[in-house]
Design a protein around this ligand. Structure first.
Ligand code: NAD
Ligand code: UDP
Ligand code: UDP
Length: 335
């Protein structure tokens, strides 16, 4: 008999090699500030395929314009409070407004994004066996009574205040991550991100660095919220992205603080922006908002020891890079 044989099946080994070397990565909130820089870095590796899911609440397609149409890139308009069905190997879960004025704008939506959004991404990770990284926040330490803050500190958070939708939302998100890890064996990573700045921040998003730079460039007084002695520690976005990728690729669940330990009062920050950008600009003291943490500085011992990571860009070197981007977007030239 001369019946033709079916072609041989592809070797399972060839398939597994293919899948091992190619990584499909979901970035939720990838159209935002940190997310879009993370996407840039992930896309540099030709073995990565990147899918962004974002509802554009605070992010913008503009932040990703260089990747739209790229064969290894996909952009989905999606709200993470709704279930998402995709097949991926890794999930960087960033979706959540990060600036106080945006997360307070619709607090119920903020807490839904943190709780239901994280639950959905964990359900997805469980179904497809993906590793998932949550971008938690230094806000889980609240108005900290220990300084600087190590990961072992449980925090001092007001559960019913105007910031709680964000702080408590992220705390529940961390709880969900650990419960899925313990109960379902999901591979998790938790980064506790401290204040981050850099190009592509929303110009009018109300965060302190973007406010001061935009105000200085427009020749408006810098608005220091009282008392001005409160401190923050600012990490440049390229250092942040580097830390997040190391955490994802490493062997430790975290939580791990990722931030720059260089600590400044808001008056010092205003003086630095004034000196670097517009020496004759005024500094005005204005009213503050409730529950503003008085001090914040990461203890990064764990990141150094477990990830071999520490920030490289000093505030004085990072601010001019952000100034350049703000000048372009505001259409204000030098001089
Ligand atoms: P961002 O506001 O620029 O980015 C957040 C992105 O998430 C935006 O693109 C937004 O449209 C998207 N998003 C919001 N809600 C969504 C939803 N329901 N569904 C889908 N997409 C949604 O903020 P960022 O500064 O890039 O922050 C990114 C992550 O890092 C956030 O999880 C934030 O909590 C965390 N973080 C940031 C800082 C910081 O200083 N920037 C500090 C601590 C933690
Ligand atoms: N989920 C999702 N994508 C998936 C799998 C699950 O968005 O690929 C959502 C699902 O809709 C559910 C959540 O993740 O609301 C938690 O899923 P899990 O399977 O853990 O719980 P269950 O569906 O049993 O409540
Ligand atoms: N802040 C300020 N002027 C502004 C905006 C903020 O002095 O125009 C202060 C604010 O009171 C807080 C600090 O800067 O103490 C950081 O605020 P931001 O909203 O940037 O971040 P977060 O409070 O989430 O750390």
């Amino acid at each position: 008999k001369t019946t033709s044989k079916p072609p041989p099946l592809p070797s399972p080994l060839r398939f597994s090699k293919f899948y091992q070397s190619n990584m499909r990565i979901l970035v939720t909130g990838g159209a935002g500030f940190i997310g879009s820089h993370l996407v840039d870095k992930l896309m540099e590796n030709e073995k990565n395929e990147v899918i962004v899911a974002d509802n554009y609440f605070t992010g913008s397609k503009d932040n990703l314009r260089k990747w739209i149409g790229h064969p290894r890139f996909e952009l989905i308009r999606h709200d993470v409070t709704q279930p998402l069905l995709v097949e991926v190997d890794q999930i960087y879960h960033l979706a959540c407004p990060a600036s106080p004025i945006f997360y307070k704008y619709n607090p119920v939506k903020t807490i839904k994004t943190n709780v239901i959004g994280t639950l959905n991404m964990l359900g997805l990770a469980k179904r497809v066996g993906a590793r998932i990284l949550l971008t938690s926040t230094s806000e889980v330490y609240g108005d900290p009574l220990i300084h600087p803050q190590p990961e072992t500190y449980w925090g001092n958070v007001n559960p019913i205040g105007v910031r709680s939708c964000y702080d408590e939302g992220k705390r529940v998100a961390e709880t969900l991550m650990f419960d899925y890890h313990r109960q379902h064996g999901i591979e998790i990573r938790i980064a506790r991100i401290f204040n981050t700045y850099g190009p592509r921040m929303n110009i009018d998003d109300g965060r302190v660095v973007s406010n001061f730079i935009a105000q200085a460039l427009r020749g408006e007084p810098l608005t220091v919220q009282k008392p001005g002695t409160q401190t923050r520690s600012f990490c440049y976005v390229s250092d942040m992205v580097d830390g997040l990728i190391r955490l994802m690729e490493g062997e430790h669940t975290g939580p791990i603080n990722i931030g720059n330990p260089g600590e400044f009062t808001m008056v010092e920050l205003a003086e630095t922006v004034k000196e670097l950008i517009k020496p004759d600009v005024e500094i005005n003291m204005v009213e503050n908002t409730p529950d503003d943490p008085r001090q914040r500085k990461p203890d990064i011992t764990k990141a150094k020891e477990l990830l071999g990571w520490e920030p490289k860009v000093k505030l004085r070197d990072g601010l001019p890079l952000m100034e350049e981007d703000f000048r372009l977007r505001l259409g204000i030239s030098e001089g």
